[in-house]
Design a protein around this ligand. Structure first.
Ligand SMILES: NC(=O)c1ccc[n+]([C@@H]2O[C@H](COP(=O)([O-])OP(=O)(O)OC[C@H]3O[C@@H](n4cnc5c(N)ncnc54)[C@H](OP(=O)(O)O)[C@@H]3O)[C@@H](O)[C@H]2O)c1
Length: 262
């Protein structure tokens, strides 16, 4: 039986919400929220964030913040959430949802043995692994009351469980990030944790891979996906995510792919 994803007064935070999958998640999730729920959208591009904010229901409180999530300190992240709450107390919300969507592919022209620059590794992991882990810890601390139902959605990838040539940063980062959320799920049985793999989706990231990927075979595979109309829209994958969360036919911490049977 399908039920609602979230209920009551909800606090929703989406990272990487300025475009692509994150933008669509923000739009579709927000459209399901009850009156007086609150939405916080993070990314660097403030213009885009404001545009999305203006499109969301006027019955919601919406805050946007331009932040480079590869550089933000734990204190800055905490302040962003606390400031968005204003005079509201965390326990005024029945449910809280954090969608760790932010992501980058890193340098996709190098093979693993060429990945010898510590600075590039650090920059990549700061945004894609350390940032989501730190933000998640802060979010859980701020909304720690037992009475608040918590949902944590990590946008993962097939690349987190299957190796692809030239995608050394991306595959290793997705695997590490997904495992962090699996450990988190084990430690927090009362939190609903989902690692959602959205499938190949037509976004700026997909375009970057097609243009820049070093491995010729992989480039052709991705080009063929596009040619054969196998690349999803952000709308298709987000609606599937809504179905996955509503049916809840997974164990907390599981990796669920767009194409999996529900
Ligand atoms: N597209 C696919 O085929 C595909 C497949 C599997 C998994 N995924 C995953 O889906 C998620 C979304 O990907 P997408 O395809 O929608 O990518 P995208 O279109 O490139 O969007 C990435 C988002 O992350 C934000 N972002 C990037 N760097 C940032 C930074 N330093 N600080 C703050 N925000 C930053 C971007 O906003 P700003 O530029 O405004 O900061 C943007 O909102 C990622 O985790 C990705 O790995 C995508």
């Amino acid at each position: 039986m399908t039920s609602k994803m979230f209920s009551g007064k909800v606090f929703l935070l989406v990272t990487g919400a300025s475009q692509g999958i994150g933008r669509k998640i923000a739009e579709i999730f927000a459209s399901t929220l009850e009156i007086d729920s609150q939405v916080l959208l993070l990314a660097r591009n403030l213009e885009n964030l404001k545009e999305i904010s203006n499109q969301l229901s006027k019955h919601l409180t919406v805050n946007v913040e331009s932040v480079d999530l590869s550089k933000a300190t734990a204190k800055e992240l905490k302040d962003i959430i606390v400031n968005s709450l204003g005079s509201k107390k965390a326990n005024q919300f029945n449910e809280v949802v954090i969608v760790h969507n932010v992501g980058s592919v890193g340098n996709v022209s190098q093979s693993t043995v060429e990945m010898t620059n510590y600075d590039l590794w650090t920059e990549y992991y700061n945004l894609n692994v350390f940032g989501p882990a730190v933000l998640n810890g802060i979010f859980m601390e701020l909304f720690q009351e037992e009475t608040i139902k918590k949902h944590v959605i990590n946008i993962t990838s097939l690349c987190g469980i299957q190796p692809f040539k030239s995608l050394g940063y991306y595959c290793s980062g997705k695997a590490a990030r997904e495992m962090y959320f699996k450990v988190f799920a084990e430690e927090h049985p009362n939190v609903n944790v989902l690692n959602y793999s959205p499938g190949p989706v037509e976004t700026k990231m997909f375009q970057t891979i097609i243009e820049d990927v070093g491995d010729v075979e992989l480039k052709t595979q991705f080009q063929n996906k596009r040619k054969n109309n196998q690349v999803l829209t952000t709308d298709q994958t987000t609606k599937r995510l809504v179905e996955v969360l509503s049916k809840k036919n997974y164990k907390s911490g599981d990796h669920v792919d767009y194409r999996d049977e529900l």
